[in-house]
Design a protein around this ligand. Structure first.
Ligand SMILES: [Fe+2]
Length: 256
């Protein structure tokens, strides 16, 4: 009789153990499934983040392209500045590459050159197209365009180095430039490159109040400014790019 009771109890324990085991197994499966759901959710979030970043970049590039269109439209209205930024960009890229900048940095310089005068959108047309010398007040307004340009491109995170170039493309080695009166190597290299290309193209382009200078004349004028207002090494590289030439005495002229 006692043996029968013991066997019955043992069977009961065994059933309880089996139940407990099955409950534990079921919980384990639920945990694995919950873990899988969490992992899939995490992977989806990561993918969303990547997609969002791509969309954000595309949006920034689209804004950049719109700004390029705006800069082109601004230039195209004036026969004297038409194509200026594209030419400055091409020359600045070549100078930057010869100066040893990596390809990506040279591209940033070229892109900044394309937009270097976009801040002129804030300058009244009466000043932009004035067929004679500007008054002190008009110069004051004209000299704001590098800061305005830098502010326009400031929201483009991928273009922060370009914004610096826009701000400083009228700085001069001797501190006579604007907006910050930076000197020497204190002027960012990209801005010094754009300055040389900008001055060269301004000289070789006509203005309402003067004809364009020949390449040889412009080179002679660049040489005069080398080491004073323009970076000497970059002037030499610019001359290498556009081709050496002999010219008459320098005539005081520069990009606005
Ligand atoms: Fe400018």
């Amino acid at each position: 009789m006692a043996g029968h009771v013991a066997l019955s109890q043992a069977l009961s324990y065994a059933r309880d153990l089996k139940c407990a085991y099955e409950v534990a197994r079921a919980r384990e499966r639920e945990l694995v499934q919950a873990n899988d759901r969490l992992r899939r959710g995490y992977e989806q979030s990561l993918q969303f983040a990547v997609d969002l970043k791509k969309t954000y970049r595309r949006l920034q590039r689209a804004i950049f392209q719109s700004l390029l269109g705006l800069a082109n439209a601004l230039e195209a209205k004036d026969i004297y500045t038409r194509g200026h930024s594209v030419r400055v960009a091409g020359l600045a890229r070549q100078i930057a590459l010869r100066a040893g900048l990596p390809h990506s940095a040279a591209e940033t310089v070229a892109q900044a050159a394309l937009l270097h005068d976009i801040g002129k959108i804030g300058v009244p047309e009466g000043i932009l197209r004035k067929p004679g010398p500007l008054t002190a007040e008009e110069w004051e307004i004209m000299r704001r365009h590098p800061v305005t340009g830098a502010q326009i491109v400031a929201p483009l995170e991928f273009f922060d180095e370009g914004a610096v170039i826009l701000r400083h493309h009228h700085e001069r080695l001797d501190g006579s430039g604007y907006p910050d009166g930076l000197t020497g190597d204190g002027i960012p290299l990209g801005a010094r490159v754009v300055a040389v290309a900008d001055v060269f193209d301004a000289l070789t382009s006509g203005r309402p109040y003067r004809a364009s200078f020949s390449t040889a004349d412009a080179i002679a004028m660049l040489h005069d400014e080398a080491g004073c207002t323009l970076d000497q090494r970059l002037v030499a590289l610019c001359v290498d790019v556009v081709g050496a030439g002999d010219g008459p005495d320098a005539i005081g002229a520069s990009a606005q």
